[in-house]
Design a protein. Sequence first.
Length: 368
Amino acid sequence: MLIVRRYKVRKEERGLLFRDREFARVLGPGTHWVFDPLYETRVDVLSVRDVWLKHKDLDVLAKSGALGKEAEVLNLADHERALVFVDGRFEAVLKPGLYALWKVFRDVRVEVLDATKVRFVSEKLHAVLGNPTAGAALDVFTVEADHVGLFYRDGKHEATLAPDTYAFWKGVGKFRLAIVDLREQVLDIAGQEIMTADKVTLRMNAVVTFRVADALKATSTVEEPKQALYRDAQLALRAVVGTRELDALLQNKDGVAENLANLVRSRAAAFGVEVVSLGIRDVILPGEMKELLNKVTEAKKAAEASLITRREETAAMRSQANTAKILEGNPTLMRLRELEVLEKVTAKAKLNLVLGDKGLADTVVKIV
């Protein structure tokens, strides 16, 4: 008795015929009669409406070539990646491995890329990065405005990247992206004990405004530009303050700050940093020195006040002497002066007055 088995494959399906567990052929749409006296055949029916052909024996199917033009077979090596577009829209990023995609009902396009270049460049970058599959294959970095990115591959600088979004393939080489801030920054130089030329110990705080002028130089010359600037500013403070006496330092802080800025600026330029400004914020003296300076200041002010008082007294006495000379030579003016005095006295007291021919000095006056 002949045993024939019937298999029905619809137009949106394909059948994979296996005989004795070995792949035999692909069954297209229609009815298929298969001679199977020993019940050794089976047909796995797959939908071609789904782009992704998934089967446990995919390697056998791909090697057989039986899929023909109806499927795109990809066998990506370790250095290869692929971008899949379905009906003009980005579908997925493929890492190394074996893949098959049905092209029967959908427009499928595949771009195979060489990942050894590390950096992924594509017009569809943002569409690719928006896909969930991108995270497993790509490292994404964003260089913000007023920043630059320094791209190093195998320890060598390859490119300086302007503000934008960048992607790099994972697992295909050693790379590093250093993002450098080009904006102005403020650095506080904490107080440190410094001895002046006249052996006075003080603490000085400064503030430095700076920006990175050469990003590559700043990252390749020193390990950390900000820390290097901090160190050089402290050394410059010691160098400038140590050559000045305390009085000169306190009287000309602006000049000290300018000298300090020039010194720090020349040092910072060596590692790609531009010093915009430097100012002295605080000069902190020891307690006993503060007390001594306060006493000196108090003594100076007291001496100045005493001098002013003596000057005023001298001026007043000189004025009185001049007035006396004028009155001595003019009796009428003297009498008028006496009357002015009487007018002031009568305003506040009861007065009995006897006038004679002489002046008030010779007149008996009784004030009640």
